[in-house]
Design a protein around this ligand. Sequence first.
Ligand code: COA
Length: 339
Amino acid sequence: MNASLTPRPVRRARIASLATYVPPKVLSNADLEKMVDTSDEWIRQRTGIRERHIVDPGVATSDLAAAASREAIARAGLTPSDIDFIVVGTTTPDMLFPSTACLLQAKLGADHAWGYDLLAACSGFTYALTTASQMVASGASRYALVVGADVMSSIIDYTDRTTCVLFGDGAGAVIVEASDGEAGMIDFLNYVDGHGGDALCMPAGGSLRPASKETIEGRLHYVKQDGQSVFRFAVRNTEDACRRLLERNGIDASHIDLFVSHQANQRIIRSAAEKLGIPDEKVVINIERFGNTTAGTIPLALNDAVDEGRLKAGDLLLVASVGAGFTVSAILMRWGLKA
Ligand SMILES: CC(C)(COP(=O)(O)OP(=O)(O)OC[C@H]1O[C@@H](n2cnc3c(N)ncnc32)[C@H](O)[C@@H]1OP(=O)(O)O)[C@@H](O)C(=O)NCCC(=O)NCCS
């Protein structure tokens, strides 16, 4: 038999290292009080957010991605040349094309890597992680670099109080490699409900409504959101996706050591966790410091959990996200970074 036709064995993929980056500049609720008709009290009560980081002009998604990626590669004990595959989950690419993955490949000097961007909004990181894990599990990739990065401040209307208080900028990166033990991806459940497209979108700047005087005057190059319908969908589907994933793996929610959900609103996370029967002490919430960084939230939350000693090797981790589209994702994994 021709050796090239021999099927590769399916392996388990695991996160070998994790790193994050947020720009230094902080935009606090007090700052926003001076910009729109809002209050620190309203923002904290309705969302849990206290402050978010935003970039200075001229800093792009690939810059945030590169900072997180360099650190993730170093923490894995690798060099950029070891990376063979890059997936960047982002809704705010530096430009429509070339992809941010290509720009990142050049910035890193990852001279053996191919890659692309993946647009799944707030599920950008989870979709990218599950996709890259399949590449690693199949043997097609040895060291995959998975990035969730967004400069939401580039598409936020800072005169619209219903959206500008919610978002921040940030990035996270992980190296995915084959696991030689129990650690790694156990199962995932991703799905899309495309009927929700209008509830959260940026209406112009694509092929449907290219940039024009009208689209700029109509402020159509900014995030538009029907907050309440997104809220309802997010609570229902975070719970549904997680419940179905746990059920098909025969795992009771009480066996989950840590629940890391996309950080869009503290109330969404708490409500979904409560419905799943996961107690507060097993839920990671760090939205107060970063706001909703879209594809950045999950690695930022994982990083905090590791730093705080809440996520340790061997822990059973449940990750979930809901994003514009709508996109939904739930991932079950056994944690285990390289020692
Ligand atoms: C956006 C969100 C925080 C709004 O909270 P809410 O409790 O649904 O609030 P509502 O939209 O019902 O608005 C309540 C009131 O507050 C007002 N309001 C909205 N934004 C405000 C702000 N920043 N400051 C003060 N008041 C505000 C509204 O105008 C409304 O006033 P009205 O009653 O006089 O009309 C919430 O809907 C949400 O988090 N949705 C999901 C968003 C999300 O997750 N997006 C990303 C998905 S990945």
